[in-house]
Design a protein around this ligand. Structure first.
Ligand SMILES: Cc1cc2nc3c(=O)[nH]c(=O)nc-3n(C[C@H](O)[C@H](O)[C@H](O)COP(=O)(O)OP(=O)(O)OC[C@H]3O[C@@H](n4cnc5c(N)ncnc54)[C@H](O)[C@@H]3O)c2cc1C
Ligand code: FES
Length: 346
């Protein structure tokens, strides 16, 4: 099927497979189509159908709540072309050439599942291909047993890897996460689309890093820290990482965070904020290089960073309230919008 997208920057045409989401087909074809979550929740991939017929693969997608369906608006990440289609997006769309680095479909096998806390699991996806990705990017993942794709950020960083590390939170009533947590899933095949996302870190960012993560939002931040440490970014710049969870039992990746911090003891600070309980003596003595604080992660970051927001590049990830509060904090502190990158996990 041929899909033609008209935008303020002109017209672009690409091929889509049957049942393939228009967003994915366009990204695969190298277009800079607008999106954030790529999985039906945010509404950023809105387009307007001009001609042709589309199939809505998830009619109840939360991202549709502000769409004017009577005017032909639809979510490109949830709709597939049923024949040749012409649609319009209001943003500038450009064509990226060459296509290396464009998101693609691939398959892999779930390996090395292990529990990190009572409701957080780490796992690896061993891909059939090697994949290059930027620190901070994510993949849309689906398994045959569960309908639809879910976004998960890579924890590791590698320019060319066939093994992706993920950390996954069990959500009450969540279809994929409950399926994962309810039996041994090692060996199960998964289909992935990516890499996706623009909340990425490049070593040429000549700025201090400020990372604020809630819960499994730490996933992409781990990848960013991995790359920043590999490129010795903290030899030249400061780093501040704030990781918020509810209680000490909910904390994970403390060994890894402590190791990053130990590599750059004078320039990299890691603070873990507990919103519901104070830190225990045991956790404090086990991780002398990590600072522990009580409160919501954005509040702890706001207090600690006072007077230190200059020349900062901020990476925020996690539940929408934590990310929105952090964005407000940064804007009020004078950090420009182009120095704030985020992934909201709604
Ligand atoms: C950029 C990004 C990065 C993320 N990274 C992580 C991470 O590293 N770790 C983590 O734990 N969480 C992450 N999340 C959040 C994670 O995607 C959700 O928690 C996850 O989708 C919940 O899936 P579930 O099946 O447990 O819950 P459910 O409530 O069953 O599913 C929610 C999601 O599944 C999809 N979905 C549900 N039903 C359908 C359907 N019928 N058709 C199509 N799609 C459907 C949608 O994406 C929806 O948002 C990230 C989210 C985003 C946007
Ligand atoms: S990108 Fe389609 S709803 Fe978020």
């Amino acid at each position: 099927m041929k899909v033609k997208i008209t935008s303020r920057a002109g017209e672009h045409q690409f091929d889509a497979e049957p049942e393939e989401r228009i967003l994915y087909a366009g990204l695969r074809g190298g277009l800079s189509l607008p999106y954030e979550c790529a999985t039906g929740t945010c509404g950023t991939c809105k387009a307007r159908l001009i001609s042709g017929e589309i199939e809505d693969l998830w009619p109840d997608a939360p991202g549709k709540k502000n769409l004017k369906s009577d005017q032909g608006q639809f979510l490109m990440c949830q709709c597939a072309a049923k024949g040749d289609v012409v649609a319009e997006v209001s943003q500038f769309v450009t064509s990226l050439r060459p296509l290396s680095g464009a998101p693609q479909w691939c398959e892999g096998t779930i390996r090395n599942t292990r529990m990190l806390t009572a409701d957080v699991m780490a796992l690896q996806l061993e891909l059939d291909v090697t994949l290059g990705f930027e620190a901070g990017q994510f993949m849309a993942v689906e398994v045959p047993e569960v309908k639809g794709l879910r976004g998960y950020s890579m924890v590791n960083f590698s320019t060319d890897s066939s093994v992706l590390d993920f950390v996954i939170k069990k959500l009450p009533g969540g279809a994929l996460s409950n399926w994962l947590f309810s039996g041994s899933r090692d060996g199960v095949r998964a289909r992935l689309f990516g890499p996706l996302g623009v909340a990425t870190f490049h070593p040429d960012v000549a700025k201090n890093l400020l990372c604020i993560a809630g819960g499994t939002g730490i996933a992409g931040i781990m990848s960013i820290l991995d790359r920043a440490c590999q490129t010795r970014h903290f030899d030249r710049f400061e780093g501040d990482v704030f990781f918020g969870v509810r209680t000490p039992e909910d904390a994970f990746y403390l060994d890894e965070l402590a190791a990053f911090q130990a590599g750059f003891p004078r320039s990299l600070r890691v603070t873990v904020a507990f919103s519901d309980q104070p830190a225990t003596d045991e956790i404090r003595s086990r991780y002398p290089g990590i600072r522990f604080a009580e409160g919501f992660v954005h509040e702890v970051a706001g207090r600690d960073m006072q007077g230190r927001f200059e020349n900062v590049m901020a990476y925020l990830a996690g539940p929408p309230p934590a990310v929105d509060s952090s964005i407000r904090l940064l804007i009020m502190a004078g950090v420009g919008a182009d120095s704030i990158k985020y992934d909201k996990f709604s």
